[in-house]
Ligand binder design. Structure first.
Ligand code: GTP
Ligand code: MG
Length: 468
């Protein structure tokens, strides 16, 4: 029994089998049940919830945040950026939304500081890096032994809304370059922002100009799919309306007896959801209602697949070997491992050689320094010896001088002591005589000149002289 061919349609009661050339129709006896398979899938998907990731790329103040608020009819947080950013950054926020029992994990990534630098050459790089980083994270999850892809938060960007300034002229080179760099990584939907700033006739010309510039520069923007009959017509029409000219507003005004999102000006009101005023409704329909699943699908099967293929090829994986035989994973792994080990050995050898060379150089440097030190030491030693010799000579001459001086001194002292001995005995004799004369004179004065007093006896005087 052959499996059921996809192109064969089954009714509830008939089972059509394709066998070789002919077809057999088997009437079913009763209800089998596999017609509920789509319902099972729907129920499973609804219970798991969906995720959708939008990236808004555009110059500062072009209305990115306002459009997101308008699209989802809510107020997402987010501070307006300044025009003084040194480079482009990406700000990502994730929200859990719910609409009639269907949960949506919505991630909005916005550029910050895009187009504010004097040199805008590298402005696209952070965006490309961000997109690649999300693909890489998913690939890593896929390559894990224990992967949990059903609970994994898929952060790959499903659509990039590229905001074009309403200049009415042509695309800026920054816009063309950025879209060109992004078109192989994400589904780009170009939109003319703040389209209320441009007149109707100018807008028509502007749209034509943008489309022709995109085509002539080979920029691949996202085309709404026309292969599904149910949406082919609407998608075909909408493709002709690209790029959508949108107006965003967080203000609600009473128009007629209805509250509507609009922008009020002194000369009138622009209604965001009025298709005669702008393409906001077209964008919302295409993005959220009709093609959300296709955007998710394209991201996975086209952009991610391309990234994955390039990455795996870069890692050395191939589908077939040069003889067109299937490439085994084991062989690829072994080949890559050997290549890696070979490179590692080569690197090790290079590093060893470099190390030996560096050691030799250092050794030579040290030897040179040692030689210089020895020479310096010898010079200093000689200097020291000369100095020492000079000092010894000087000491010797000083010692000689000291000895000569001592000799002269002792001779002088000898002469002086001899002289003082002779002079000293004569002086003593003279002093004694002088004293004796003075005493005798004093006694005679007291014996013969003192009136009224008893004179001393001569023997007593004699005794006094002797005792003294
Ligand atoms: P950054 O996050 O700072 O880069 O700015 P943005 O791109 O998020 O712009 P934002 O939504 O903060 O809007 C900037 C200004 O433009 C606000 O004053 C909005 O009211 C105004 N604005 C937003 N959308 C429109 C629009 O469609 N038309 C007009 N005329 N003004 C708009
Ligand atoms: Mg903003």
């Amino acid at each position: 029994m052959q499996p059921i061919h996809h192109s064969v349609k089954c009714t509830l009661m008939d089972l059509v089998l394709k066998q070789g050339e002919g077809c057999r129709t088997l009437p079913l006896a009763g209800h089998v049940g596999f017609d509920s398979l789509p319902d099972q899938l729907v129920n499973k998907s609804v219970s798991q919830g969906f995720c959708f990731n939008i990236m808004c790329v555009g110059e500062t103040g072009l209305g990115k945040s306002t459009l997101m608020d308008t699209l989802f009819n809510t107020k997402f947080e987010g501070e307006p950026a300044t025009h003084t950013q040194p480079g482009v950054q990406l700000r990502s926020n994730t929200y859990d939304l719910q609409e009639s029992h269907v949960g949506l994990k919505l991630t909005i990534v916005s550029t910050v500081g895009f187009g504010d630098q004097i040199n805008k050459e590298d402005s696209y790089k952070p965006i490309v890096e961000f997109l690649d980083a999300q693909f890489e994270a998913y690939l890593q999850e896929e390559l894990k032994i224990r992967r949990v892809l059903h609970t994994y938060h898929d952060s790959r960007i499903h659509v990039c809304l590229y905001f074009i300034a309403p200049t009415g002229h042509s695309l800026k080179s920054l816009d063309l370059m950025t879209m060109k760099k992004l078109d192989s990584k994400v589904n780009i939907i170009p939109i003319i922002a703040k389209s209320d700033a441009i007149s109707k006739s100018e807008l028509t010309k502007f749209k034509i100009k943008i489309t022709s510039e995109l085509v002539s520069n080979g920029v691949q923007i996202y085309q709404f799919p026309t292969d599904d009959e149910s949406v082919a017509e609407i998608n075909g029409t909408m493709n002709a309306h690209l790029p959508f000219a949108v107006v965003g507003s967080t203000e609600e005004l009473k128009i007629g007896n209805k509250m509507m999102r609009a922008r009020q000006y002194p000369w009138g009101t622009v209604q965001v959801e009025n298709e005669a005023h702008c393409d906001f409704v077209k964008l919302r329909e295409m993005l959220l209602r009709v093609n959300m699943e296709d955007l998710r699908e394209q991201t996975h099967s086209r952009h991610y697949e391309l990234y994955r293929r390039c990455k795996l090829e870069e890692m050395g994986f191939k589908d077939t070997d040069p003889d067109s035989k299937p490439f085994s994973l084991q062989e690829t792994y072994e080949a890559k491992r050997n290549e890696f080990l070979g490179e590692l050995q080569k690197k090790e050898e290079e590093m060893r050689q470099m190390f030996v060379q560096r050691v030799k150089e250092k050794e030579a440097e040290l030897k040179e320094a040692e030689k210089e030190l020895h020479e310096k030491f010898d010079r200093l030693k000689k200097l020291h010896q000369d100095e020492k010799k000079k000092l010894e000579d000087k000491k010797k001459s000083l010692d000689d001088e000291v000895n000569a001086f001592k000799q002269r001194k002792s001779a002088a002292e000898l002469l002086q002591s001899q002289g003082s001995q002779a002079g000293g005995s004569q002086t003593l004799k003279r002093d004694k005589e002088k004293k004796k004369t003075r005493e005798e004179k004093s006694i005679s004065d007291r014996t013969y000149t003192t009136a009224g007093k008893t004179p001393m006896v001569p023997w007593a005087l004699k005794l006094f002289v002797q005792c003294d």
